[in-house]
Design a protein around this ligand. Sequence first.
Ligand code: V47
Ligand code: SF4
Length: 360
Amino acid sequence: MTNLFQELQEKIRNNQRISDADALALFESNDLLAIGELAAEVNQRKNGNRVFFNVNRHINYTNICVNQCIFCAFSKLEGEDDGYTLALDDIREKAAEAVAAGATEIHSVGGLHPRLPFEFYLDMLRTIKAVSTQLHIKAFTAVEIDYFAKISRTTVPEVINALREAGLGSMPGGGAEIFNKEVRDKICPEKISGERWLEVTEQIHNAGLKSNATMLFGHLEKYTDRVDHMRRLRELQDRTGGFQSFIPLAFQPDNTRVLGAKGVGGVDALKTLAISRIYLDNFQHVKAYWVMLGMKIAQTALCFGVNDLDGTVIEEQIGHDAGADSPQVISKNRIINLIRKAGKIPVERDTLYNELEEYK
Ligand code: V47
Ligand code: SF4
């Protein structure tokens, strides 16, 4: 074991934080197994041998978006072929399908539509809740919240209150991308800044809602940008404690306008997941989102510090439009088997990490 790994192991065993320089040194190391071993130790202390998943369904209500992020193969401009907006009846049907499939969560995000009024989103939440009050709605990101405040000419706290009253339960972690301005200006120039994403997220947490945090990696960013991104999340989490899980999203390059990006290899994916587990000591959960990683890397990640596999998903569009070759849906049994075959104990959770069933 080299000095770096010995030093970091000591820090971890003494419950000390690793520094930005430590995280950068890990990114620059090629010793994937040593990185994985450290991450697995951190995760073992935090979460033992148990791995969470949930039964959920995605509903992407519209792909029409005023932003045109160059990494996004999902969005369309209004009037373009393949642009769509779901009617409330479609949303009701999808929510009913989800209930029939045993889902406990609806995960719903979409484009920033130029003409839909704020009332549409409130109606959407009410429609889903009318199907089943038991369904937890995890919807919208700081990007949408900021947009809703603009289109309804009100404040972020008022938007959050109205959404909550209509049935919003918590929020997913999208829209974070990479906070560094130089990279962000290249990959999503029209999107709110990293600083604004963090500010809105702080308001979301202060209003008592939990959310997740993502990091889009494998495009134009450098290792230093990844460390900077995680540092800002760790600082915010110190202030609010409102993040549930960290989700590194492996960039899918097909049908996007990111020139020269080839996609994320297995080594980089595992390394990034593992380093995030070691660095983000104040996040309880690190999630391997199988849609972007593929099933085999997501399963392998369970030996590299990851303790959550997201869910059954059903009808994912954002990653698949960009060439993700994972399935559209996986069954609960398949997730349970994947976790068992990694030598771990599958635990079905709800969105807020209440345990529903442990599959010994
Ligand atoms: O914000 C867009 C990303 C995100 C691409 O919180 C892409 O539980 C890869 O945030 N390649 C949406 N990624 C997905 C998301 C998410 C997913 C699963 C669980 C949770 C959670 C959140 O997808 C966007 C953007 O960062 N994205 N295009 C692409 N080509
Ligand atoms: Fe619009 Fe989101 Fe796609 Fe950006 S990532 S173009 S904000 S849908």
